[in-house]
Design a protein around this ligand. Sequence first.
Ligand code: FMN
Length: 358
Amino acid sequence: MNNMNKLVIGNFTAPLPIVQGGMGIGISLSGLASAVANQGGIGVIGVAGLGLFEPDAYTNFVEANIRALRKEIRKAREKTKGILGVNIMVALSNFEDFVRTAIEEKIDIIFSGAGIPLNLPEFLSGSTHTKLVPIVSSARAVDLIVKNWISKYKYLPDAIVVEGPKAGGHLGYKLDQLDDEKFSLENTLTQVLETVKSHEEKHGRKIPVIAGGGIYTGADIKKIMKMGAAGVQMGTRFVTTVECDASEEFKQMYINASQEDISIIKSPVGMPGRAIKNDFIAQVEAGEKIPFKCPYHCIVTCKHENSPYCIALALKNAQKGNLKNGFAFAGTNAYRADKIISVEELVNQLRAEYNEAQ
Ligand SMILES: Cc1cc2nc3c(=O)[nH]c(=O)nc-3n(C[C@H](O)[C@H](O)[C@H](O)COP(=O)(O)O)c2cc1C
């Protein structure tokens, strides 16, 4: 039995209030996204690095990315009638191309973080199908986005994702904030809910708040929804599923990881990132440089001239199972996985845990 509340975003209603967090460089593609959507959740394609898997990635970067995004959305759509989203990081150099293409392809929802998506509504150009959901790590960012979107576009966010410091991948916090209770998901969520409430009252419309970062069990889902979240965003837990689009070797990194292996790296992109420590990370930390060409500056904030390696290439290598030349991003809970199960089994488990929890 599923007694979780439904998650409503605009005219879309997800019977399962779980957004599968978009995971770039090929970790959440049409396979994982459609499997989650088929279970009643919101499946999300991570668009970062999509073009890297095209044969002309290095000669025709812009076109390769647009083409790959179109293909991936269409592939996912063939496999599900459920709700599908894309995750487009603001920091991507081709952010606008991705947003325009996703809207043209009638994606249901665009999730956008790693920066503040101040101009996102501009690209709707009259389309009413696609919903816009910023990902934030502070109440201040919510305030900024709502005030900007209302004054420039008369548009309210269709929902907000608040991501706490326990998430995987690049994090919207400074290094010293990561273990500071002041910045915990629970504290940030409380502040975001307060800010959102004042905007809801002012504009007479609900803005659902979705919480993510370290949510792992059905009990975690219940706890955070009791605090007022309308749903959760989960990334790490979906990596160790059959349908996750990463290689078997990537998933096994999670299965084999111990808690001590989950560590913070200083990403060339200028944000801290959480990953599973391996020899590649150790080599970089020891000062080794891995030569690379940067034909297209794919992340605006990337200091590629001084970077010891190319993060896009390292993450692509890892996705393909070449972990000698790359590493896996992961949330704080990645070490807890002990086997690979289907998305359906995972959702059933989460429902059972949710129902058992107080
Ligand atoms: C392997 C991996 C890749 C990720 N890539 C992205 C990304 O491209 N864009 C983004 O906004 N978040 C990214 N994230 C964050 C997830 O979407 C998700 O919000 C976050 O991991 C939630 O925390 P959890 O992993 O503890 O569930 C990534 C996370 C992981 C583990």
